[in-house]
Write a protein that binds this ligand. Sequence first.
Ligand SMILES: Nc1ncnc2c1ncn2[C@@H]1O[C@H](COP(=O)(O)OP(=O)(O)OP(=O)(O)O)[C@@H](O)[C@H]1O
Ligand SMILES: [Mg+2]
Length: 328
Amino acid sequence: MTTGTSVRLDRTSVIYLNSIRALDGVSLEIDDGETVGIVGESGSGKSTLCRLLVGLIRATDGDVQVVGQSVQQALKADSWAFRRQIQMLMQDAVATLSPRMTIGGLMREAVAIHGLDRRETEARIHTLLERLRLPASILERYPHEISGGQARRVGVIRALLLRPSVLVADEPTAGLDVSVQGELLNLLLEFQREMNLTFIMVSHNLHVIKRVTQRTIVMYLGQIVEDAPTETLFERPAHPYSTTLLSTNPLLSAGGAANAIILQGEMPSNARPPSGCRFHTRCPVAQPACAQTVPELTRTETGSLVRCLFPYSLELSGAHRKAEVPAE
Ligand SMILES: Nc1ncnc2c1ncn2[C@@H]1O[C@H](COP(=O)(O)OP(=O)(O)OP(=O)(O)O)[C@@H](O)[C@H]1O
Ligand SMILES: [Mg+2]
């Protein structure tokens, strides 16, 4: 199997019609078969990045390439061929299932459009139903008759039926019970390994990110502020924003709330981001230079990429670092 670059963004920006700069100059490369987590507060641009990758929205500036092709050119040339390569599990799994079709209809529709063999498809649907522990009777049901957890599994089947090479999952376990979350994540990881999927997953849950991903991208106000091997990030975050995110996660923080570093103030508007470093208005260790100088994404000695003039100036306490994630 050849290894290459699955996803490449080069100084890509997305400005919505309301002037919100949801992504601003994002550069990023993801290799075939990598599992990458995306974290950051609400509104930092995570879903925008996902939607951009699958071609649901266009970049205002810069280029987006998936599996060696520019997304917009690939969509123009053969949109179905492109959509087979990259599939997305949406943040709102239930709302994305058309209410008037049965689950079986929805699954078969996804495949029929792509002209895949019918018998092979039926066999694959049943194998996937079993793997995801869904009863075959679910095929006759309508989306409003199934639970949120089932809707997410149905979404997984629809995405995997097409054997994509890239899977983008936007909060795939949000709103599910912890036990159901763990099961779904295990399955996603199994599929990732079997199919050598490039797996990009957004999650607010750092516990999930730590368990599933090899690399983590931290976003703040439409920019990547840190991009690091997951283990390195959790051991020694370089950006003060990453440190605060990790410190406030109860599952990772052995010391509990006492060790949490609480950020002051609201996230500023991404229509008018702060000067200099965007995080300086809330950064617990900001210095005067931070309001003036725009930091570039720079490689540190641990191999992390960080957008900060004073990396490692806010350290995790020992209690956070030693906290182990319980094995499922
Ligand atoms: N269709 C849209 N039109 C205008 N603004 C939008 C649109 N979609 C998102 N935004 C804005 O763009 C910014 C980034 O939104 P995005 O949905 O990418 O954030 P997110 O990181 O996924 O947040 P969450 O964690 O809440 O899902 C936000 O300020 C949001 O309000
Ligand atoms: Mg989102």
